[in-house]
Design a protein around this ligand. Structure first.
Ligand code: FMN
Length: 190
């Protein structure tokens, strides 16, 4: 995958960072040029899953690039045609709702909007406890939208969190190759 230019956007599903950051590492090892992007919340919030500064240092050292974390820094992605694909992983219920409704008030939604104007693919890896409730309609709307693809997902804890969905992050790279060729990898529901 030499020279595929990937914009990798992390949103505030902090519990998944330990699984998602190794996927960024894998992309870089396989030759992708990864531009890291973090939502303002992901970039600035310390949680029980780690300090923001620790995540930032780790991601920047893997990608050898500064993280984009403001709307102003994300905006040139469109006009300068900087990326071949955007991966939003993890994608929160909050960001799903914004993307499905044309709201652009974070660096992740700005990067995505800017990139979509170039008719290029966006790959979403969901992680949200309301995936089968409030966010369900937003996932449906995005599945029906041009140039949007999903990493296959499943219920992560059907007995204790009935509405929770999470992507199979291990399928990110194969999903990306499919999306770059205009295909949704199947099955999308695991
Ligand atoms: C510790 C912690 C874990 C969270 N995990 C999730 C999650 O897995 N999925 C989700 O949709 N929101 C989760 N949230 C809520 C989001 O961080 C919140 O909706 C935020 O506004 C998301 O902003 P963003 O989409 O711009 O990153 C979590 C919040 C905290 C503090």
């Amino acid at each position: 995958m030499n020279n595929v230019r990937v914009g990798f956007c992390l949103c505030g599903s902090y519990c998944t960072f330990s699984k998602v950051i190794p996927i960024i590492e894998q992309l870089v090892k396989e030759g992708a040029e990864v531009t890291p992007i973090m939502s303002e919340n992901a970039y600035s919030t310390d949680t029980r899953f780690g300090k923001a500064s620790e995540h930032i240092d780790r991601i920047e050292s893997i990608c050898k690039r500064e993280i984009i974390s403001t709307i102003a820094k994300a905006e040139p992605i469109g006009p300068k045609k900087l990326l071949d694909i955007i991966i939003i992983e993890p994608c929160t219920g909050n960001t799903l709702g914004k993307l499905a409704n044309g709201i652009c008030d974070t660096c992740v939604t700005m990067a995505t909007k800017a990139h979509l104007r170039n008719n290029r693919p966006v790959l979403i890896a969901v992680s949200t406890n309301d995936g089968l409730s409030t966010s369900s309609k937003n996932i449906g709307a995005l599945q029906n939208a041009k140039n949007i693809y999903f990493v296959p997902f499943r219920q992560d804890d059907p007995h204790f969190k009935q509405n929770s969905l999470v992507a199979d992050f291990e399928k990110t790279i194969i999903s990306m190759h499919n999306a770059l060729e205009g295909r949704q990898i199947q099955p999308v529901i695991l």
